[in-house]
Ligand binder design. Structure first.
Ligand SMILES: Nc1ncnc2c1ncn2[C@@H]1O[C@H](COP(=O)(O)OP(=O)(O)OP(=O)(O)O)[C@@H](O)[C@H]1O
Ligand SMILES: [Mg+2]
Length: 255
């Protein structure tokens, strides 16, 4: 099985501060990886390096088997940034237009829309459970609904890999589950490899196949069942508190 992402001995610093040190991560095709870690642990930095938004300083990143500096097939990767949900709600665009703007990468800005493009937009909205919202103004939607629309925008160019930075910020507890259900469906039914930064490790452990715990160093990287079997001492060092207690509290209503 081909790896979608391979990160080897990666380190990164902003001026003097080293924020990532000797990171090794492999993301197999079809997997669903959750990256967890406290605030400031380098999660978004790692995503930006994978996306080529930050320049590689030390180590290697392979995307679809190719060195990142040579990788040109950007439309294979969809991305929803951590700040997508602080969207200006006064912005006069319909849901359709927001999702369609995800096609301009492929089409160029001044290409006329064809029926097949509209079909793609509708399919993407369907995939995130937002089919009935096509003509609504983006500003009228709730935070969680907007997040789904931004995911549709990332999906419309049919990526093989979808990268999401804390997509459930602004999604209330009640809707978080159905949100992750939707991501699980994208992973399983559409065979999209998912890379997700999240703090909701308890809620998602049933959906993800792999977990990586980051805090400048990679403290754990493996399959979800290995993560669940981990000795909690190791992980409390990452988080400063027992993440397992947190996870079990969510899953089983306490220990
Ligand atoms: N552009 C920047 N210039 C200098 N330092 C930065 C920059 N961006 C991030 N940092 C620092 O790098 C460290 C890692 O930041 P990063 O955004 O990757 O953390 P994070 O794990 O995504 O945190 P959060 O959970 O709060 O989103 C932090 O200490 C942050 O202050
Ligand atoms: Mg971040």
């Amino acid at each position: 099985m081909q790896s979608i992402i391979e990160i080897k001995q990666l380190s990164y610093r902003y001026e003097k501060d080293i924020v990532l040190e000797n990171i090794n991560i492999t993301v197999p095709d079809g997997s669903f990886l959750a990256i967890v870690g406290p605030n400031g642990s380098g999660k978004s930095t790692l995503l930006k390096l994978i996306l080529g938004l930050l320049k590689l300083q030390k180590g290697e990143i392979l995307l679809f088997g190719q060195e990142i500096s040579k990788f040109k097939d950007r439309q294979k990767i969809g991305y929803v940034s951590q700040k997508a949900n602080s969207f200006n709600t006064g912005f006069p665009a319909t849901v359709f237009e927001v999702v369609a703007s995800g096609l301009t990468k492929k089409l160029g800005l001044f290409t006329f829309f064809k029926k097949e493009h509209a079909k793609k937009v509708n399919e993407a909205l369907d995939a995130v459970g937002m089919k009935g919202f096509t003509n609504r103004n983006i500003g009228e939607l709730s935070g969680g609904q907007q997040q789904r629309v931004f995911i549709a925008r990332a999906l419309v160019s049919e990526p093989k890999l979808l990268i999401l930075d804390e997509p459930t910020v602004g999604v209330d507890a009640e809707n978080v589950n159905s949100f992750y259900q939707m991501l699980g469906d994208l992973n399983k039914r559409r065979a999209i490899t998912l890379l997700l930064v999240t703090h909701d490790i308890g809620t998602i452990s049933e959906k993800v196949t792999h977990v990586a715990c980051l805090n400048k160093h990679l403290h754990f990287h493996g399959e979800t069942h290995e993560f669940e079997q981990l000795n909690s001492d190791g992980l409390s060092k990452v988080y400063g508190h027992d993440i397992h207690l947190l996870a079990h509290h969510h899953d089983h209503g306490g220990l």
